[in-house]
Each structure stands twice: as structure tokens, then as C-alpha cells.
Design a protein around this ligand. Structure first.
Ligand SMILES: Cc1ncc(COP(=O)(O)O)c(C=O)c1O
Length: 504
């Protein structure tokens, strides 16, 4: 069984679909009519290779518009106002006064991505592009179904709209108000948002809904948890962007790339860790909410770190390449979000020696970004990393997506108000002495334990063949995926030639 062929039941789209010519031809026609050019993954990992004519024409395009040219902003190198591409992705290096450790913790800002202000539009693009150019998605017939806890679905809806096809967001009803308000603005049919029961950790309910939708052959489920295009998109694009950040921060002050940290939702972003391990030997830290410690303790529950921790092991998680699992409490992320976004919080940060200009950038960190930061601190302590070590991570989205959640936290946690005293308490409790209790280094036994947990979702519940499940245990499966990006880029170029679309 080939890992890049379609003989396996895995969503690995290396070759052209045997019955895909009709879908492909229709896609070419649709893209010609709508004048849509697909960026290659090579262009997204290094936007300096995007033709100048496209960059020039982007200047007149609102970064939040459903304009095909915004596909050329689906990368890490945008400035906040949409200008760019920058030489280095926008990022922040967090000072020891904030983190309490000497290791250098650096996060790239995801709210610079277009249309949804979160990096998940990259995952959506990767999943769809791989299907389109291999004849697996017909925008004139298919509805694209985007199962998610919010940001991936928004990215998918944005891309569906650009293509002029129906996109359907499937997400839990308990996600943040900002996500639903955005969806209401972007969808054309009220039926195109399906609210499943529960909150962040209720992914089983999303799967159930997808199985129902799949009965209709015109629905194509772009399942971010099992499409290896998501993993590879991040391997190539996010991995290379973080490498650029690492090279930049070590240009004047040398340092070793010690680790990559990412909270896991679909586990797509963790693919960047595979790249950074291949290229720089970085160790990979996967993070989850302590309230739903699935990887740590096979636990279950509910939490508010929106976008991560879904009570299962995604099929695209390269578990046996993961070096540490860390659990972070949503009490910390909820309360630090208040600290970073209130006058009292900013005052206390300044008192604790944090430069106000740097503190002002912390608003670009949503809940999972704060979670990544705390996990990076945990890993630094657990591994005893020092000032020569660099840990890179991502701020998937910014706090602006959680204003309504902050109001709830303010009234439930700080009903008496949030002033300097409360801010100081929050700083001390959540940053003062980050512990290492909920961190597990992954040896062979731990890796197998977490890997095996995936069996219950993928084989038992969703009917995946056991051989397909097992083949992912070995690193040869994952290294077999690496050529996909080059293959897709060739196919994207052929596709663009066939459409004749141009932004020049
Ligand atoms: C805000 C946020 N953070 C983190 C993640 C996790 O990223 P991934 O799905 O690539 O693991 C997501 C996923 O949707 C997200 O929306």
C-alpha cells in the first residue's frame, strides 16, 4: 500500500482521481469565469516568489474581502494592515520578565492572515487545493462541508465564496459569538451554518453530523482532522515561515532551535514541527487543555481554549514524532486574556518590567496563543532550556475574536471588578511560577499509548481500515508524504495554465 497513492483509505491525495476529469474540467471553467489563480505552496512558504504584478494588484484589495487575489495573502508574511509581503513574519519574542524563563519564546502572529484573521484559512486552502487539482472537487456541483470548532470553517467558507460554490460550516453551538457573527456576514443561505450540540470538545457530534451529510453525494466533507493536506500545508508553509522567524531572531544573537510548541486542534499546525525537526532537530510539544486531558490522561471534559483539544486524537497527528505533551488550564488562558486586554492588566505588566510597547502586542494572542506560551514555558522548565535556546510557536488568532468571552470571564471570575490588585493576582497565579506537573515526555511507551487511543475514533467509530490506521505509526509513512507539496505545485501550475486566469 503506497502512502501517497489513493489505494489506501487515507485522505492522501497524491495522484489524479480515476474518475476526476469531469470535476477537474468544471473547476477549470469556474476558475476561468471567476478569474481565480491558485497560489502554489512554494509561493505561500516564500511570498517573495509571488509575481510583482500580483503583489501590486493586491494593494487595492481589502484583506477582508472575498476577492480571489486574497488567496495570495494566505501566508505568514502579511503586515496587520494587509500590506506586504514582509521579509520576516510578524512575531513577538516574549521577555523573561513575562515568561519567567531564560529560554527565548517566539510566536508568529496568525491574525495577519486574510479574511478570517487566523491562520486556519491556510489549512482550508491546503485541503481544498489538493482536492481541486487532483479532480476531487467540482465547484459547480459540490458543496464543501467544513467541520470545525470555528476558524477552519470560517476559512473554508471564505474560500468557498471566492470560488462561487456553496460552503457549509459545521461547528458546535457553544463557540464564540464573534465566530457566528462572522459566519452570518459571509454565508448566503441560513442552512450553510450547522450548529451541533456542545462546545469546544464536542467533536464526536460534528462527525455524526458529517456522516449524515455525507449520505448526499454532492456534499464533500473536507475533514481537517483526517486530510493529510492539512498536515502537509503546515509542514511546508508554516514550518518554513517559522524557520524564517528563527533565522531572523538568531541573526544577531545565535541560538539553537530547541522546540516547536503547538496546541492541537486538528493537529495540522503540528505538521510545522515535523518540518522544524527535519531541518533543525527541534523537539515537538503538543498541547491540550488541562480540563480535557485526552493525550495526557485519556481524560474528558469541557474547556474554553477555543480551537483545540477535542477529546480525540486526530488522524493527521504524527504522534510517534511528538516529544512532549503539556496540559494548560483554561482558567489561565481566560484570566491572562483579561490581563493582556485591560488597563489594569497593562499597568501591572509595566510594573513587572515589561516594556509597554511589547505588552501592547499581547492583544494579538487569542486563547490558544496564550496556551502555547504557557506550554512553551513549561517545556523550557521541564527540559531545563536556557538563554541559548529558542522555542518557536504560533499565535493562531488574536484576542479580538474573544471580546464576548472576556465579558463573560469578567462577570464570572471578577464580579467585584478587575483592578490592579486582581491584575497582580492573575500575573502571580498564572505567570509567577508556571509548573511542570502536567507535562509528559514522550518515550516509546507514551507514544504508543497516545497513538493507540486514536483507534477508538478512527477504526471503531468511523470504520477506517486497521492497516491504514497502523501505517501512520511508522515515520516512513510521514516522510512518504513530503513529495506531495512538489506534486501539488506542479498540478497547480498546470491548473492555472488551463484556466488562463491572471491577476497581472
Ligand atoms: C484558535 C485556534 N488555535 C489553535 C487551533 C489548532 O490548530 P490545528 O487545528 O492546526 O491543530 C485552532 C484550530 O482550529 C484554532 O482555531
Amino acid at each position: 500500500m503506497s502512502s501517497t497513492g489513493s489505494e489506501s483509505g487515507l485522505a492522501v491525495f497524491g495522484d489524479f482521481a480515476p474518475d476526476g476529469q469531469g470535476a477537474y474540467d468544471n473547476a477549470v471553467t469556474r476558475f476561468r469565469e471567476n478569474n481565480i489563480v491558485l497560489p502554489t505552496f512554494g509561493q505561500l512558504r516564500d511570498p517573495s516568489t509571488i509575481p510583482g504584478s500580483i503583489i501590486d494588484s493586491l494593494a487595492e484589495v481589502d484583506r477582508n474581502a472575498a476577492d480571489p487575489r486574497n488567496l495570495f495573502r494566505v501566508h505568514w508574511f502579511n503586515a496587520l494592515d494587509g500590506s506586504g509581503p514582509l521579509d520576516v513574519p510578524d512575531h513577538v519574542e516574549l521577555p523573561p520578565e513575562l515568561t519567567g524563563v531564560d529560554a527565548r519564546i517566539v510566536l508568529a502572529f496568525g491574525n495577519r492572515f486574510p479574511m478570517i484573521a487566523a491562520h486556519k484559512v491556510l489549512a482550508a486552502y491546503a485541503c481544498l487545493a489538493a482536492r481541486l487539482v487532483t479532480g476531487r472537487f467540482d465547484p459547480t456541483v459540490h458543496r464543501a462541508i467544513w467541520p470545525s470548532t470555528g476558524n477552519y470553517a470560517r476559512g473554508g467558507i471564505a474560500i468557498s465564496k471566492i470560488m462561487g460554490c456553496r460552503g457549509v460550516a459545521v461547528l458546535p453551538e457553544g463557540m464564540s459569538r464573534e465566530r457566528f457573527e462572522w459566519l452570518d456576514r459571509w454565508i448566503d443561505h441560513p442552512d450553510d451554518v450547522i450548529r451541533t450540540h456542545g462546545t469546544e470538545a464536542n467533536v464526536k457530534e460534528i462527525y455524526d453530523e458529517c456522516m449524515r451529510l455525507e449520505q448526499d453525494p454532492t456534499n464533500v466533507i473536507l475533514n481537517q482532522f483526517s486530510e493529510f493536506s492539512n498536515h502537509m500545508g503546515h509542514y511546508a508553509v508554516t514550518g518554513a515561515a517559522l524557520e524564517r522567524v528563527y533565522q531572523h531572531v538568531t541573526a544577531d544573537r545565535p541560538g539553537t532551535l530547541a522546540a516547536f510548541v503547538s496546541a492541537s486542534g486538528s493537529a495540522g499546525t503540528l505538521g510545522a514541527g515535523d518540518y522544524l525537526k527535519d531541518e533543525h532537530g527541534a523537539r515537538i510539544v503538543a498541547v491540550e487543555a488541562l480540563e480535557v486531558p485526552t493525550m495526557l490522561y485519556n481524560g474528558f471534559g469541557d474547556h474554553n481554549i477555543q480551537g483545540i483539544g477535542d477529546k480525540h486524537i486526530p488522524l493527521i497527528h504524527n504522534v510517534t514524532n511528538t516529544d512532549m505533551i503539556v496540559g494548560i488550564s483554561d482558567k489561565s488562558t481566560d484570566e491572562l486574556d483579561v490581563l493582556f486586554n485591560t488597563p489594569a492588566g497593562l499597568r501591572v505588566l509595566e510594573e513587572r518590567g515589561i516594556d509597554p510597547a511589547l505588552a501592547a502586542t499581547l492583544t494579538h494572542m487569542g486563547y490558544s496563543s496564550i496556551c502555547n506560551t504557557l506550554a512553551a514555558v513549561t517545556a523550557a522548565k521541564k527540559w531545563g532550556l536556557g538563554s541559548d535556546d529558542v522555542i518557536v510557536s504560533v499565535a493562531t488568532d488574536g484576542s479580538e475574536l474573544y471580546d464576548s468571552e472576556r465579558e463573560k470571564v469578567m462577570s464570572s471570575h471578577f464580579s467585584g471588578g478587575f483592578d490592579d490588585r486582581e491584575a497582580a493576582q492573575v500575573f502571580d497565579e498564572h505567570l509567577g511560577d508556571v509548573g511542570t506537573t502536567h507535562a509528559i515526555e514522550m518515550g516509546p511507551v507514551e507514544r504508543d499509548r497516545v497513538f493507540n487511543l486514536g483507534y477508538f475514533t478512527w477504526v471503531e467509530q468511523l470504520g477506517l481500515d486497521i492497516d491504514d490506521f497502523e501505517m501512520r505509526r511508522d515515520q516512513s509513512f510521514w516522510s512518504g508524504l513530503r513529495p506531495l507539496i512538489g506534486q501539488w505545485d506542479e498540478m497547480i501550475e498546470e491548473f492555472n495554465t488551463a484556466t488562463g486566469a491572471s491577476h497581472g
